[in-house]
Design a protein. Structure first.
Length: 88
C-alpha cells in the first residue's frame, strides 16, 4: 500500500499510485460514477476528492456498517478504518 497522496484533492494521484496506471485509475473512477467520460469528476467524485484518504476510508467503513463515523480509527499502513477499541 502506498503512503503517498494522503491529503485532500489527491484522489486521482492516490488511486494512480495504488493501481500503477492513470488509465486504470480513470477507468475505476468512471465505473464508480466518480468520473465522466471526458475525465472530469462528477459531483460525487468532487466530494470524494475533497476528502483525505482517512476520511474516505472512514466513510467506506461507516457506510458499510451503518455505524457512526466517530466509531472508527484509520490505519494509513493498510488504508483501512476499523472500530476503535472499546466500541461494540
Amino acid at each position: 500500500m502506498t503512503m503517498k497522496f494522503l491529503g485532500r484533492n489527491q484522489l486521482i494521484d492516490r488511486l494512480t499510485a495504488q493501481l500503477g496506471s492513470k488509465e486504470k485509475a480513470h477507468d475505476l473512477l468512471k465505473k464508480r460514477g466518480h468520473m465522466k467520460e471526458d475525465r472530469t469528476l462528477t459531483p460525487e467524485g468532487e466530494r470524494r476528492n475533497r476528502m483525505t484518504a482517512e476520511e474516505r476510508a472512514i466513510d467506506r467503513a461507516s457506510s458499510a456498517s451503518g455505524r457512526p463515523k466517530a466509531h472508527y480509527v484509520y490505519d494509513p499502513r493498510t488504508n483501512r478504518a476499523t472500530l476503535k477499541p472499546g466500541v461494540k
